[in-house]
Each structure stands twice: as structure tokens, then as C-alpha cells.
Design a protein around this ligand. Structure first.
Ligand code: NAD
Length: 273
């Protein structure tokens, strides 16, 4: 028996993530590209989505009108100013939403919670399966190791990245803090290389950042104790990992009741601690 293909609607189709998602769907045997949506202005509107993504023609034209069909899943990696309208469109159509757009305002998050009562939404600022697992494992390790171990994080990203430390590093640090009953605020230290930095204090979580080259993103969490050290590393070499994680979420969400979900839910890790 052949499995039903999941129809996917991509929002932000002309963007870096949008094109990656189109390529991943085209190479998959469990999904089909139902529609490709982007903003009204700019080049690429009216173009074939396959050609746009550097592939063969797919017969799906890029439009500026998000009208998802009932059995489809919307995958939105566009820009935060578009999110509220996209949430409402999905709510009206009664279809699930995978939301990868970052930098959402507080008001948009509140709307997401309201809309999440009517439709299933999986939202994550990092859809990488590896990072989701690493964050979970970081918490489990910190909890098991206890106070006697010092936690330090090192992250490396390409030379164009503006923010430091990375949002992902902060999330891992937060997981470590939470697992050990600490609040990251006040415990987070980013000044280890500063000549005037004071020595390490117990319970601190240090974060160091390196910028250069074309690194997609590396995160190493170290737990250090007298006589031993544990290192947990994730290395991203391709942005496609975010697209693959989001599409895994899209296949998972199909049979879920309305609600707000996260990547640990998709991977079955939510109850694990
Ligand atoms: P990008 O700038 O290359 O693409 C954004 C696309 O959205 C553009 O094609 C733009 O025209 C389109 N867009 C803008 N306004 C729109 C609207 N009103 N309706 C529809 N489309 C609209 O950016 P990108 O690198 O592809 O990233 C997109 C988003 O995904 C960003 O918020 C980024 O931070 C986020 N992101 C998330 C993850 C994750 O794992 N959650 C990973 C990578 C990127």
C-alpha cells in the first residue's frame, strides 16, 4: 500500500530557507509541494517554484496569496512582520502550521497561543534535530552531574553573523541552568578573555564565541571537574538540517489535535528529563 503524500505549502518560498525546503520536498517520497508563497513585490513572483530552487519545473507557480487547502501543512520561514497574517490564514483554513520564522514580537507570540487553540502549530527557533537532542541531553547531563561540575560553552559561526552569543548557545545554557535550578540571568559569563575578568565563580555558565569563515554553526558544551571533562559537540555543515527538521515536524503534525508544539514533542523527548 502506498502512503499518502503530505501536501506542503511553503511561505517565504524565494528566501534561502524557502528554496532549501522546496529542494528537500522535491527529493522526498513522502511529501509533495502544494503551493509556494512569497511577498507581493520583488523578483520571482509568477515563476515556477522548482526553477526558482534551481531544479526542474514542478508546475507550482510562486504566488503572494496564502490559501492553504484543507489537507495541507503550511511551513513558514519568512519574516516576522508576515507571521500574524499567516497565523490567521492557517486558522481560517483549519490547517497545521510549522513556524520557523525568528524574531517574533510578544504580540505575535500571544496571537500564536490563541490560534494554537484552533490548529496545531509547531514552532521552533532551531529546527535542527541534532540541536534539539543536544539541548535535551545537556539538561539531563547537568542534572545528573550536579554542582561539582563547571559548565562552559563554545560556539563558532561564520563571519557575517551579527549577534553573539548565538540564540542556540543561549538556549543550551538555559537548559543547563534550568536543570540545576539556576536562573541563567546573573549566572551567564561572556567575558572570560577580558584581562579584567574576575576568576570563575561556582555555578557560573561561561559562553565563548568565535566568528570567522563560513561555519554554519558549531556548539560545544563542556562539563569540567577535577580530573575529568565531558564535551558534547554539534557541528552543522549545511542549512538543509533546519529544512529537514521542519519537514519532519510537518509530517508529524498531520494527525495532531490543536495545540502549541515544539521540536522535543516531534522527537518524542518532551517527557524525558
Ligand atoms: P530570507 O531573507 O532569505 O527569506 C525570507 C523570505 O520571506 C524572502 O523571500 C521574503 O521575500 C519573504 N517574505 C517577506 N515578507 C513576506 C510576506 N509578507 N509573505 C511571504 N513571504 C515574505 O531569510 P531566510 O534565511 O530564508 O530565513 C527566513 C526566516 O527563517 C528568518 O526569520 C530566519 O531567522 C528563520 N530561520 C529559522 C530557522 C529555524 O530552524 N527555525 C533556521 C534558519 C532560518
Amino acid at each position: 500500500m502506498t502512503e499518502r503524500l503530505t501536501p506542503i505549502v511553503i511561505v517565504g518560498a524565494r528566501g534561502r530557507m524557502g528554496k532549501t525546503l522546496i529542494r528537500e520536498i522535491t527529493h522526498s517520497d513522502s511529501m509533495i509541494l502544494e503551493a509556494a508563497v512569497d511577498r507581493s513585490s520583488g523578483p520571482g513572483l509568477g515563476q515556477d517554484a522548482g526553477r526558482l530552487a534551481g531544479l526542474h519545473e514542478l508546475g507550482v507557480t510562486v504566488t503572494d496569496d496564502l490559501r492553504p487547502r484543507r489537507n495541507s501543512v503550511v511551513v513558514d520561514f519568512s519574516l516576522p512582520h508576515a507571521t500574524e497574517a499567516n497565523l490567521r490564514r492557517c486558522q481560517e483554513a483549519g490547517v497545521p502550521l510549522i513556524l520557523g520564522t525568528t524574531g517574533l514580537t510578544k504580540a505575535t507570540r500571544e496571537l500564536m497561543r490563541t490560534v494554537g487553540k484552533d490548529i496545531a502549530i509547531v514552532s521552533s527557533a532551531n529546527f535542527s534535530v541534532g540541536i534539539t537532542l543536544m539541548t535535551k541531553i545537556a539538561g539531563i547531563m547537568a542534572h545528573a552531574l550536579g554542582d561539582g561540575w563547571d559548565a562552559e560553552l563554545l560556539e563558532i559561526h561564520h563571519s557575517h553573523k551579527r549577534d553573539a552569543p548565538s540564540g542556540t548557545a543561549l538556549r543550551i545554557a538555559k537548559a543547563v541552568a534550568k536543570a540545576t535550578g539556576r536562573d541563567l540571568e546573573g549566572k551567564q559569563r561572556t567575558d572570560r578573555a577580558d584581562p579584567h575578568a574576575r576568576p570563575r565563580e561556582r555555578g557560573e555558565i561561561g559562553i565563548a564565541a568565535i566568528r570567522g569563515g563560513d561555519s554554519v554553526g558549531e556548539h560545544t558544551l563542556m562539563f569540567l571537574a577535577d580530573g575529568e571533562r565531558i564535551e558534547l559537540t554539534h557541528r552543522a555543515t549545511d542549512r538543509a538540517i533546519f529544512a529537514r527538521g521542519a519537514l519532519r515536524a510537518a509530517r508529524w503534525v498531520v494527525d495532531r489535535p490543536p495545540g502549541l508544539y515544539s521540536m522535543p514533542d516531534v522527537l518524542g523527548l518532551a517527557g524525558l528529563s
